[in-house]
Design a protein around this ligand. Structure first.
Ligand code: AR6
Length: 164
């Protein structure tokens, strides 16, 4: 089941949350900063062992002090003009994260809007990509949650889902 909620992703009682990271996987601003603060310093230690992650791929760590057991770190594309590989790379973030979650028997997972903050990806286009990939995985999970950071983002996701 796909679900749209407005929340701080670090508070959600799901098995895995997805982090909008960068290729170094050593923390940053936005949701990445919030996740590292809430998970505690052991998350950075675990990330250091991973040796980075290319754009469009995903890596998994424990959630440490978070309510969630796992954090899946994915690296979204930086928006340029959309004529490059941005859409493919963004879709790949969602498929890589969901494949990794499925391999780890995760049943409930929450995503922020990957690339839609500091990386500047237009939110409508990003939500359409997110929803279309998530729909392909709906049967493999109990819940796939689109975690919005405000009511405006919730409207964008609902529109992308074709709901009024
Ligand atoms: N819970 C849920 N969503 C959030 C939260 C939160 N606590 N905080 C922000 N968002 P961004 P990006 C939303 O900028 O664009 C970092 O420095 C936010 O409103 O976090 O992929 C990384 O280290 C937006 O919709 O990630 C990278 O360098 C979405 O999360 C870079 O930023 C993503 O915004 C990645 O940029």
């Amino acid at each position: 089941m796909l679900k749209v909620v407005v929340a701080d992703i670090t508070t959600l009682p799901v098995e895995a949350i997805v982090n909008a990271a960068n290729e170094a996987l050593l923390g940053g601003g936005g949701v990445d900063g919030a996740i590292h603060r809430a998970a505690g310093p052991r998350l950075l230690d675990a990330c250091k062992q991973l040796g980075g992650c290319p754009t469009g791929q995903a890596r998994i760590t424990k959630g440490f002090d978070l309510p969630s057991k796992w954090v899946i770190h994915t690296v979204g594309p930086k928006w340029n003009d959309g004529r490059g590989k941005e859409p493919e790379l963004l879709a790949s973030c969602y498929t890589s994260s969901l494949n990794l979650a499925r391999e780890n028997r995760v049943r409930t997972i929450a995503f922020p809007g990957i690339s839609t903050g500091i990386y500047g990806y237009p939110k409508q286009a990003a939500a359409q990509i997110a929803i279309s990939v998530m729909r392909n995985y709906e049967d493999d999970f109990e819940q796939i949650i689109c975690c919005c950071f405000g009511e405006e983002d919730k409207i964008i996701y609902r529109q992308a889902m074709g709901e009024p």
